[in-house]
Design a binder for this molecule. Structure first.
Ligand SMILES: [Zn+2]
Length: 133
């Protein structure tokens, strides 16, 4: 990764930063950054499933995927902080709360589809219990 030297304190910063991590001076990015929405559209096509997968991809460790364009930052949460960033789940197009929601949805769906069967079982058991009890 290329480095940007802070004009004030000469600290070397990663090219993704918007301000010097040492003195806080705002740094003009050397290269153009893709618009947040456009960058997100591209990233979502990759179908990465976790922050860890994103990090591996950003490092170039995913040879199975097309290489990351130069105008998409390695640290999007930093670069797009005030430009629409809504978390890594939104960035990758995954819903981090999905598993529990899915679980509930499935149960509701099951009950909706099978309520007659469930009712018959319930009534049947009630009658049996009354008969034998
Ligand atoms: Zn500085």
């Amino acid at each position: 990764m290329a480095l940007i030297t802070c004009p004030d304190c000469q600290t070397e910063n990663s090219e993704d930063v918007v301000s010097c991590f040492n003195c806080g001076r705002s740094i003009e990015l050397k290269k153009a950054q893709r618009d947040f929405i456009e960058a997100r559209v591209f990233v979502r096509t990759l179908k990465l499933q976790s922050h860890r997968e994103w990090q591996a991809y950003a490092k170039g460790a995913r040879s199975d995927l097309p290489p990351k364009p130069d105008d998409i930052p390695d640290a999007p949460g930093h670069v797009y902080k005030n430009k629409g960033w809504q978390g890594i789940g939104d960035w990758l197009g995954i819903n981090e709360e999905k598993p529990s929601k899915n679980f509930l949805d499935k149960n509701v769906e099951y009950i909706k589809k099978n309520w007659i069967r469930l009712l018959v079982i319930y009534v049947g058991l009630t009658i049996l219990l009354q008969y034998f009890g």
